[in-house]
Design a protein around this ligand. Structure first.
Ligand SMILES: Nc1ncnc2c1ncn2[C@@H]1O[C@H](COP(=O)(O)OP(=O)(O)OP(=O)(O)O)[C@@H](O)[C@H]1O
Length: 293
């Protein structure tokens, strides 16, 4: 097994400051739930996934605190989708253990799936159902009584501005509408933890604001949102807890302030943590671009 350089302090040489006597290193938050004794919403231990020669997730340990708005950020190919897929029971890990609400995702999948909602990447929906039918189908599949499904579906369609399109087939929905109906299906059974892979991609600013309001209200009730994104401004404005991934490892984790450290913004901290240096175009590279044609 390759050496696991990740540490709870994120002191892996990728830019975090390990000077314990001056300031706590980034991510040196107490263990999730450590203060209140409540269990973490999600606990991951020694998680590995390899695709052929490619190590997508290289042995991560992570505790995500309950009741937080959590951002999982990282550059392209960092391993975010692979991690979320394993945590939500969609992809079997090569090694490691994952618990949601104290239940093992792979040993107790039915229990875990009743507690989570998922908006996965490349969302696949039943295209020949209307939005309302899709919600009705999901609600019944979740064991909710018909009248309750109807009530919740009406409210979700209304809040997400899909009421006018509720009888349209999902195949005819736009990208943003698909995200919103996907979010509605993920929320319908009132899960404890909601996992969202790039929930705001392709969503217009008005709808993004609506989704944001729904999610903020949801976390205020004690539920947990875990979402992946590349948009640092969004993560900084929405999340109160962040995990930064790069090359299959966790580079830092903790409250927004801990991960940001002394950097002016999360974007600056992120660039420092993931080692963006060397990827900038130099004077010589791309010298043909914008030159004589
Ligand atoms: N099914 C697969 N087969 C082969 N390689 C894969 C597969 N899924 C992911 N990978 C590889 O694993 C690594 C991590 O991919 P992953 O999609 O988890 O990253 P990500 O952080 O979600 O990236 P992005 O931000 O671009 O969506 C990448 O190198 C990717 O090419």
């Amino acid at each position: 097994m390759p050496d696991q350089t990740q540490s709870s302090g994120g002191t892996d040489g990728a830019g975090t400051v390990p000077s314990a006597d001056v300031a706590p290193p980034r991510g040196a938050a107490p263990p999730a739930g450590g203060v209140t004794g409540a269990p973490a919403a999600v606990r991951v231990e020694g998680l590995w996934k390899r695709f052929g020669e490619q190590i997508a997730v290289a042995g991560i340990d992570l505790e995500l605190p309950a009741g937080r708005f959590i951002g999982l950020v990282g550059p392209n190919g960092a391993g975010k989708t692979t991690t979320l897929s394993m945590v939500t029971g969609l992809l079997r890990p090569d090694m490691g253990r994952i618990e949601v609400g104290g239940h093992d995702v792979w040993r107790d999948p039915v229990e875990v799936k009743s507690r989570i909602g998922v908006l996965p990447e490349g969302l696949r929906l039943f295209e020949r159902l209307s939005g309302r039918e899709l919600l009705a189908y999901n609600g019944r599949l979740r064991g909710l009584p018909g009248a309750e499904v109807d009530k919740r579906a009406t409210q979700l369609l209304d809040v997400l501005d899909l009421a006018g399109a509720q009888h349209k087939l999902v195949v005819d929905y736009s990208t943003g509408m698909r995200k919103k109906i996907g979010l509605a299906t993920a929320l319908l059974h009132n899960p404890e933890v909601l996992f969202l892979d790039e929930p705001f991609e392709g969503v217009d600013p008005v709808s993004a604001q609506t989704i944001r309001g729904v999610l903020e209200r949801y976390t205020r009730s004690g539920a947990t949102v875990v979402f992946s994104s590349h948009v640092m401004e969004l993560v900084e404005s929405l999340c109160d807890w962040v995990a930064v991934m790069a090359a299959g490892r966790i580079r830092a984790h903790g409250t927004l302030a801990e991960v940001r450290g002394d950097a002016a913004s999360l974007q600056d901290a992120f660039l420092e943590l993931v080692g963006a240096g060397g990827r900038y175009a130099t004077e010589d590279s791309l010298d043909w671009l914008g030159g004589a044609r």
